[in-house]
Design a protein around this ligand. Structure first.
Ligand code: HEM
Length: 483
């Protein structure tokens, strides 16, 4: 009998092992059955992907927790993935994540309808109402933070300040209406949201321990309760977008409980990335005095030439220095996976003329953080923050970057691309610019420790949009003296 176990193992390995077929990308299943490379992948994604890139080149298939994923790392070839929604589907994988993270199942066509509807509110002229409401909330919230002890420095973690302030202003703008009426207190929602954000990556990967699963479930339940009244009636104080979204869910026959789960998903999509992005941007400026000076100078000119209450709202073309700082910040700290499910066999044509067969049932993944964003062939000293990297000599915005002598269509990809790119890009940029503008023009702001360095990245968050720091950076701020 003793020989039966190794025999069964051998049979299992023989029949579950996948072999590389002609024309397929290099296959690296890893040594551990089923798990494949899951452990190394989970520890530090960029390190693992870079190791595979060195071994196999710009395209390879690896096994991670039972799934075969083909990674494509040549930015000149990204359109082959982004522009083929028929073979490489966005919705299937989004559905998997919705179930894992939000415990949410929506009717099949619902997310596409909701997205089309959302564009009407977050793009074009409708966005200006959202922008000015957001600006108003940011100003009020910041003022309340420093109300007592007006001229004393207030010390705080920059990550905490950026995330909590932008979250609360965003929540009030889109979900909650005015403060001090009967609507849900944004501070309570933020507290619960932060706990939820802390377990989000593990929820997505399905790696929560038993105790963490309990916590995740109870935090989700509290958030569903808190969000229950949002957008229910036209005058609930929520945005027109949220009211329309809730109506759409109701028309599609989505029950009350599922509507609340869908609201939590929208809360994360609209609030989960802006705060961390603003943190990195302000952090890089404060630790690079030259960058801070240049942005202050640019914003100062605008406040001198504009007397209206809300300058900057639709004037992105007038802030090339700020735009360069933001682009450089996102190059270093935006690290989403662009994942698609292969729903039919596909021949993937690379820019160098090579063709590869991609199997139905696998996933294809782009990781623009590795290339173009941190690619030394494109950016000199890619690990370094250089505030003027995206500026031409004449001060205009620099858009031309090259790899292998060929101009890149995508030199960074923090917002994704193509039909599934970020709907909230302009709103997010306007929000961050407004936040920085208010902070730098109305407040004195400095590092508590003038020699403080930017913190390391929390390596557990690769793949989920904006990265977060391992620790906070402490700053102090106070309202500027008005003469
Ligand atoms: C710094 C802030 C933000 C970053 C870095 C960011 C980034 C992204 C990325 C990478 C994607 C996925 C693209 C893909 O998988 O192909 C995405 C999708 C999306 N984003 Fe953003 N986002 C931000 C803020 C926002 C805001 C403020 C909103 C809404 C107001 C928003 C709404 C959405 C929506 C609805 C989608 C899904 C698009 C779809 O279903 O096809 N995002 N975002």
């Amino acid at each position: 009998m003793i020989w039966l176990v190794p025999l069964l193992v051998l049979l299992y390995l023989t029949f579950t092992r996948r072999w590389r077929c002609k024309n397929e990308p290099p296959l690296d299943p890893g040594l551990i059955p089923w798990l494949g490379h899951a452990l190394e992948f989970g520890k530090d994604v960029p390190r693992f992907i870079n190791r595979m890139k060195l071994k196999h080149g710009n395209i390879f298939t690896v096994r991670v927790a039972g799934r075969y994923v083909t990674w494509l790392l040549d930015p000149h070839s990204y359109d082959a993935v982004i522009d083929d929604p028929d073979s490489l589907d966005f919705a299937c994988y989004a559905q998997v994540l919705m179930e894992r993270i939000f415990n949410l199942q929506l009717p099949p066509q619902q997310p596409a309808k909701a997205k089309a509807m959302m564009k009407g509110y977050f793009l074009g002229t409708s966005m200006s109402t959202l922008n000015s409401t957001m600006g108003r909330h940011l100003e009020t919230l910041l003022r309340t933070e420093t109300l007592q002890n007006q001229r004393n420095w207030k010390k705080e973690g920059l990550f905490n300040l950026s995330y909590s302030l932008l979250f609360r202003a965003g929540y009030l703008t889109l979900f909650g209406g005015e403060q001090n009426n009967n609507s849900t207190d944004p501070c309570r929602v933020y507290e619960e949201f932060k706990k939820f954000d802390g377990v989000l990556c593990k929820l997505a990967r399905g790696t929560l321990g038993a105790e963490e699963r309990e916590t995740a479930q109870s935090v989700r339940r509290r958030l569903w309760e808190l969000l229950a009244p949002a957008g229910l009636t036209e005058n609930s104080g929520s945005s027109r977008w949220l009211y329309a979204y809730r109506q759409l869910l109701q028309e599609d026959g989505v029950d009350e409980e599922t509507q609340r789960k869908a609201l939590l998903m929208q809360l994360w999509a609209t609030q989960g990335n802006v705060g961390p992005a603003a943190f990195w941007l302000l952090g890089y400026m404060l630790t690079n005095p030259e960058a801070l000076m240049a942005v202050k100078q640019e914003l100062g000119q605008i406040s001198r030439t504009e007397n209206s209450g809300t300058p900057l709202v639709q004037r992105s073309e007038n802030t090339p220095v700020f735009d360069s700082v933001l682009e450089e910040t996102l190059r270093l700290t935006a690290a989403p996976f662009i994942t698609r499910e292969v729903v039919q066999d596909k021949i993937l044509c690379m820019a160098d003329g090579q063709e590869y067969l991609i199997r139905k049932g696998d996933r294809v993944c782009l990781f623009p953080f590795i290339s173009p964003q941190m690619d030394p062939d494109i950016y000199q000293e890619p690990q370094k923050f250089k505030y003027d990297r995206f500026l031409n000599g004449d001060g205009s915005v620099k858009k031309d970057f090259y790899k292998g002598g060929k101009r890149l269509k995508y030199c960074t990809m923090p917002w994704g691309a193509g039909t599934n790119g970020c709907v909230g890009k302009s709103f997010a940029i306007n929000t961050i610019r407004k936040f920085v503008y208010i902070l730098l023009t109305n407040y004195d702001l400095e590092l508590c420790d003038p020699n403080a360095q930017m913190p390391e990245i929390d390596v557990s968050r690769y793949g989920f949009g904006m990265l977060q720091p391992e620790r906070d950076v402490f700053i102090q701020y106070r309202p500027k003296e008005t003469h």
